[in-house]
Design a protein around this ligand. Structure first.
Ligand SMILES: *Cc1c(COP(=O)(O)O)cnc(C)c1O
Length: 457
């Protein structure tokens, strides 16, 4: 064994202790450090021909790279929709690396069964029925893509072909209808050979990002045969929701696969105040839910639910002599684009085991209250204009006068030390959005953001 490896192995407990102390110090400081640091990062170093062991690597990382990292694990990183990592989720993630399981098949360990227990818990958490089977994937983009891949196979079933066997070309053109689809839907369609052009956006309700069911009905009536509808439960700009019951009810008159992108919106189910927003979610044929957002597990973690696991395994089955037959309960190697993967479920398992439904409800309710507080404060700042009510956890607003992208960029730069918000365009207006999903965020943080905003405008 190389002497550096041998030395690290000999001192493994002490080394892990040092890393633990380092990580603890980072987290103790996470709400003090600049949310978005100015540092651009060091120059790239050459590949070390000779290493010098773990501790030297830790020092080098701490010196060169760590100062430029954002405080995305902290309470005032409100860009995109970004969760942190609860203590139990972090512990689960650390252990995932420590036990280093390849969680693709049930040939050698209980990993697959732990994954199944976890997806069962998640199904209950979101109030879904036993008709939905679920698998872990790396993020909502992958979850949407897997859902759309199953939808593609379903379209094939309707047309008497199998895209999985005969190629997307055998299917012919597909039509995918959606009100305000997330950008990852077009990306997924590109990967699946259906093409970004397959996506047709449908009119939304006035002043909303939610699809207009009447317009969707008309678009479906114009379609020549079965198509795919992507309903949105939680849009990234304003946290708006399609009326899922109304959309699902259109299946009485039209033949379509219903995929719901509920990346963060599914968490509305956790509290009575917002549970009505996901009424009808269970009727979907496939559902995307992210876990590295509002479940507050580390990247990369999401789940994909579907009622048609038979079609899912038709698309993703990975036949190899050493993997054994598919069986009634296929291993995840047969259900997602990946073969080998880490025991990704473990962080979510720890989080759910440690805090339960109740703990996660508290996180959701606190996020909702923080979003309300920020929205109310913005309403009282004359230089700012709220663009939509905070329906869930996202606050979308802009400058009252002359909201150019440059002026908004100057505003986010002025905030960067205290908070991170992301730019967007809403109903033609350049705007900013703040999304609350980190478990550490409190009303104190909201006050800090409001104070920083008042100073900056
Ligand atoms: C975040 C998000 C996605 C993409 O998620 P990733 O985890 O970044 O792949 C898709 N849809 C919605 C609604 C989202 O909020």
């Amino acid at each position: 064994m190389h002497p550096d490896l041998a030395a690290d192995l000999a001192h493994l407990p002490a080394l892990l202790q040092a890393v633990r102390e380092h990580a603890t110090a980072f987290l103790e400081d996470v709400d003090q450090r600049p949310v978005v640091p100015e540092a651009t990062g060091p120059h790239r170093a050459a590949l070390p021909e000779q290493g010098s062991g773990l501790l030297a690597a830790l020092r080098d990382f701490a010196e060169r790279w760590e100062p430029g990292l954002s405080a995305s694990a902290g309470p005032r990183y409100l860009g995109f929709v970004t969760g942190g990592a609860t203590p139990a989720a972090l512990a689960g993630d650390w252990l995932t690396a420590a036990v280093d399981q390849n969680s693709m098949s049930s040939l050698d360990s209980t990993g697959q069964r732990l994954e199944r227990e976890t997806v069962g818990w998640l199904r209950d958490l979101f109030g879904l029925s036993g008709a939905h089977e679920s698998t872990f994937v790396s993020g909502a983009t992958m979850s949407n893509t897997v859902g759309l891949a199953i939808a593609r196979e379903w379209l094939g079933e309707r047309r008497g072909v199998s895209p999985a066997e005969d190629g997307a070309g055998a299917l012919g053109p597909a039509r995918v209808l959606s009100g305000t689809p997330h950008s990852s839907v077009a990306k997924g369609l590109s990967m699946l050979g259906l093409g970004r052009g397959a996506l047709t956006t449908v009119a939304t309700l006035a002043g909303r990002e939610a699809v207009d069911p009447v317009a969707l009905d008309a678009a479906l009536a114009e379609s020549d045969g079965p198509c795919v509808v992507v309903a949105n439960a939680g849009t990234v700009n304003t946290g708006d929701f399609d009326d899922l019951r109304a959309v699902a009810a259109l299946r009485d008159r039209h033949d379509f696969w219903l995929h719901v992108d509920a990346a963060f919106g599914a968490f509305a189910a956790l509290t009575p105040a917002t549970a009505h927003l996901v009424d009808g979610l269970d009727a979907a044929d496939s559902i995307c839910v992210d876990l590295h957002k509002w479940l507050n597990v580390p990247y990369d973690s999401a789940v994909q639910f579907t009622r048609r696991r038979d079609l899912q395994s038709r698309v993703f089955q990975n036949s190899a002599a050493y993997l054994g037959p598919l069986g009634d309960t296929p291993d995840s190697v047969h259900l997602t684009p990946e073969n080998s993967h880490r025991l990704r479920a473990l962080a979510a398992w720890f989080a759910l085991r440690a805090y339960g439904r109740d703990g996660h409800r508290e996180i959701v309710e606190r996020s909702l209250a923080c979003a309300q507080s920020l929205a109310e404060a913005i309403d009282t700042i004359p230089q700012l204009r709220l663009l939509a009510p905070a329906r869930l956890n996202v606050v979308c607003f802009t400058l009252a006068d002359d909201p150019t992208p440059a002026r908004l960029a100057a505003l986010t730069a002025a905030l960067a030390d205290r908070a991170f918000l992301t730019p967007t365009v809403y109903a033609g207006d350049p705007a900013l959005r703040a999304a609350f999903s980190n478990w550490r965020t409190t009303e104190d943080d909201v006050r800090t953001v409001i104070e920083a905003l008042r100073k900056a405008v």
